[in-house]
Design a protein around this ligand. Structure first.
Ligand SMILES: CC(C)(COP(=O)(O)OP(=O)(O)OC[C@H]1O[C@@H](n2cnc3c(N)ncnc32)[C@H](O)[C@@H]1OP(=O)(O)O)[C@@H](O)C(=O)NCCC(=O)NCCS
Length: 223
């Protein structure tokens, strides 16, 4: 086990699967998880030692009781990138520092640019000259090749392959194991189904599945 080099207080917003994923490695990077928040009042803390203190209505009071303003991450995965981004911005308005969570086994090219709140998970890769805007998730074993641009709040699912020079719009979600061929554009808020192969540009606000991927649904822009 690696020694903890520092111990900086951190909260997670979201108390389900993505919180578990982050909690597995954040202590190894020197973070101490002090509290969870979630707007869903019907869930319990998944961690015996970390309290779940409610939602937005409780946050300001709790924060004012703290000696130190904690850092914060929005632990919201799946296709809810817009929620992740919105919560992250809301937390930053309270003065919370929004770190980058990069798993020790992930590889990021030295010249890639990584925005605040990005979550780069185990065994994933981010290639040279790629740009990740704020609150992007690169999930387990996903690969983002050279010169890609991933918009804020986008999510590359587990094992997905995003080839070189691809642009992924804000809030878009590339499902597990999908492949996006080089130089394509995925519109904002669009969802690519698991295992799909994207061979042509996709517009914003659609769901596309299959090989080659075809549009099967229009997404409500508010989704
Ligand atoms: C694409 C997706 C979002 C569609 O979900 P949905 O809106 O609930 O759609 P449905 O399940 O009703 O499926 C609609 C149709 O698309 C097909 N379909 C759904 N997902 C598909 C996929 N990934 N590949 C091929 N076809 C798919 C269904 O078989 C169904 O076909 P039918 O109308 O002929 O019966 C979902 O299936 C998916 O792939 N999500 C990604 C999950 C993921 O990767 N999670 C990672 C967690 S981090």
């Amino acid at each position: 086990m690696s020694p903890v080099v520092d111990s900086r207080p951190l909260i997670l917003w979201g108390a389900t699967g993505q919180a578990k994923v982050l909690k597995e490695f954040l202590p190894r990077l020197g973070w101490r998880l002090v509290a969870l928040f979630d707007n869903n009042p019907s869930i319990l803390s998944p961690f015996a030692e970390v309290p779940l203190l409610g939602g937005k209505e409780n946050f300001a009071d709790w924060l004012s009781s703290q000696d130190e303003i904690p850092s914060a991450l929005a632990a919201i995965g799946g296709d809810r990138g817009r929620d992740r981004l919105q919560i992250q911005r809301w937390l930053a308005e309270f003065g919370c520092w929004i770190p980058i969570a990069c798993h020790p086994t992930a590889w990021i090219a030295g010249d890639a640019r990584i925005g605040a709140g990005c979550q780069i998970l185990a065994r994933s890769a981010v290639g040279t000259e790629s740009i990740l805007e704020d609150a992007v998730i690169i999930n387990t074993s996903a690969s983002v090749d050279h010169e890609c641009h991933l918009g804020e709040g986008s999510h590359i699912g587990p094992g997905a392959v995003v080839c070189g020079c691809v642009s992924v719009g804000s809030g878009a979600f590339i499902g597990a194991g999908a492949t996006v061929l080089p130089r394509l554009t995925i519109g904002s808020n669009t969802v690519v189904g698991a295992g799909s192969v994207v061979t042509a540009n996709l517009p914003p606000d659609v769901v596309a599945v299959g090989n080659p991927a075809r549009i099967i649904q229009i997404r409500n822009a508010a989704q």
